[in-house]
Design a protein around this ligand. Structure first.
Ligand SMILES: [Zn+2]
Length: 557
């Protein structure tokens, strides 16, 4: 078997022999795929991926905007391909479409936001300069008049034996908190320098809402946030999109400028520097500031909708077919910016027509295989990624089969058409029980595993697989590294830099006939092998003990 795959890969991909593989350990698991799987894998074609990218990024698709005509055409194209491949619909009411209800929220200038300290004058804050705020309840008007309680980092993480709340009843309160997480170099404590989900503002808002708080005020501090106030201001002005609210939500989800937090602390007879220090201790307890937030939130609410496109290939094993491997890629991009002069169509060829092309080739190859894997395979092209991973968030909350029965999600986003890769990035895979097989498979494919260069940047939390990880599903993205055949690593880094500077999220992310999709095809083949293996294992894949997503997984089992 191993001989067959090696021969096939060298023949089909013409990959160099001898690249570092990396199982490392004494007993590396062997990669076992049946002949029918090899045969199907071999048919995965760079040129078919090209045709999908060429179509999906055409000007006529109008940038595949969420809730816009071009995005809907892309969804229909993908659904039509699924049908052609003989896959069963897994969306709403026997269709390939899963409707995703979305809401656009704009905070209006009539909004008022005041901090009232125990002593001293009321602080009427200036929007954008001193604070930003959104009403997550998605109501046109909300009023808050509530006590402000300082809760340190606002984190409750049992696996790190960390609890800032200490059982304090925060129902009806407004919680003042720090961004990021307690600093540490210890990899066993909030993963050392790497950012965990607990450090992200999304988590902090959600945890506060779950505990019944009515508002959160995040204190912006450039170093802790890893970006300046301007970034907070820009990403919190204008319309923000969200899923239509289903659970508890904050009337006030806000940030304040560091100077505002200092003034508030001083007026409350406290010292912000000391408060920040205190928060770094396990013994931290919430502190009632004796201050109030008086907020009158006025919002413009716009309802709209889009679709995830979902298909399923039923598994061959009567019991295991209830479980599935999931493949995801987002199909949305930014649409058209009518106010922009010149070319204003955001074609999104690389981001993420490439991922869609790969997803469709995988769907076709699985559908055409002479034999089916034991578990079912689900293919989901998700929407509204560019609006904040919203389509995948909805998929995670409303999966076609229970989340606990999905053994693995493999995601593709922005896979560069640069030629034959010698590396693969699978950041997050090392956190799962599947990793030894990922390493062994990479070795078979002559792909060296490239580690995440900047784990502190938290890239793991910025792609669709994260939405599935949040509901406990072991998940990661597959992408090329920086080393391509016939080129140095510096060349790969240059390509990446040029793309980020000139084309990423710009109208010039367009299809060109000289793009080389061999790498996309290699990533599809690698993912095909991984998916087939995951679908055949006797046990479901799990997170490593103590992982931040382990608790979510346990809840769904
Ligand atoms: Zn993307």
């Amino acid at each position: 078997m191993l001989g067959i795959i090696a021969a096939c890969l060298m023949f089909c991909l013409n990959l160099p022999v001898g690249a570092e593989g990396g199982a490392g350990g004494a007993k590396a698991p062997s990669v076992k795929l049946p002949g029918a799987a090899f045969a199907a894998l071999e048919t995965i074609s760079p040129e078919r991926i090209r045709w999908h990218v060429r179509y999906l990024s055409h000007d006529l698709l109008e940038g595949r905007g969420t809730g816009q005509r071009g995005g809907d055409i892309a969804a229909e194209y993908i659904g039509t391909q699924f049908a052609e491949y003989g896959l069963k619909p897994a969306g709403d009411h026997g269709t390939y479409m899963q409707k995703v209800p979305l809401v656009g929220i704009t905070t209006l200038p009539e909004t008022q936001f005041s901090l009232v300290p125990k002593q001293g004058e009321t602080m009427n804050l200036k929007p954008l300069d001193e604070y930003v705020a959104y009403d997550q309840t998605q109501q046109p008007q909300s009023d808050v008049d509530a006590e402000v309680v300082y809760v340190g980092y606002g984190i409750e993480a049992p696996e790190y034996n960390w609890d800032d709340y200490k059982g304090t009843d925060v129902r009806g309160k407004v919680l003042l908190m720090l961004v990021n997480e307690p600093p540490s170099d210890d990899p066993k404590f909030f993963k050392g320098k790497a950012l965990t989900y607990y450090g992200r503002w999304v988590y902090k808002y959600e945890e506060a809402a779950r505990k019944g708080a009515v508002g959160v005020i995040l204190i912006h501090q450039t170093q802790m946030a890893s970006y300046p106030w301007e970034v907070v201001r820009n990403s919190n002005s204008g319309e923000r999109s969200a899923l239509k609210v289903e659970g508890p939500a904050l009337k006030v989800a806000s940030w304040v400028h560091l100077d505002v937090a200092k003034r508030l602390a001083t007026a409350s007879g406290m010292d912000l520097e000391k408060m920040m220090k205190d928060a770094q201790s396990r013994d931290f307890h919430p502190v009632d500031l004796g201050a109030r937030l008086k907020a009158h939130m006025m919002s413009k609410i716009r309802n709209f909708e889009s679709n995830n496109v979902i298909a399923i290939l039923p598994g061959s094993d009567r019991t295991l077919a209830e479980e599935a491997v999931l493949y995801t890629a987002h199909y949305d991009h930014f649409g058209i910016r009518p106010d922009m002069p010149g070319d204003n169509i955001f074609n999104g060829a690389q981001d993420n027509a490439t991922g869609c092309g790969i997803l469709l080739e995988l769907a076709r190859a699985f559908g055409a295989a002479q034999q089916r894997p034991h578990r079912s395979i689900i293919f989901a092209a998700v929407t509204a990624e560019e609006q904040g991973l919203l389509g995948s968030e909805y998929l995670g909350k409303h999966p076609p089969i229970p989340a606990g029965k999905i053994t693995l999600d493999l995601n593709y986003d922005d896979v560069k058409p640069l030629g034959a890769p010698e590396e693969v990035e699978v950041s997050g895979a090392e956190r799962t029980s599947f990793y030894p097989l990922v390493q062994a498979t990479a070795k078979e494919f002559r792909l060296a595993i490239r580690p995440d260069a900047r784990p502190e940047a938290g890239h793991f939390y910025r792609s669709d697989h994260f939405s599935l990880a949040r509901v406990g599903i072991p998940s990661f993205s597959i992408n090329e590294g920086m080393k391509f055949k016939g080129h140095s690593e510096a060349w790969g880094l240059d390509q990446e830099r040029e793309y980020v500077e000139k084309h990423y999220h710009q109208p010039s992310d367009e299809y060109h006939p000289d793009m080389d999709f061999v790498g996309d095809s290699a990533m599809a083949r690698f993912g095909f092998a991984l998916g087939w293996e995951a679908a055949s294992l006797p046990q479901r894949i799990e997170w490593q003990k103590g992982d931040e997503f382990e608790a979510a997984r346990t809840k769904t089992q």
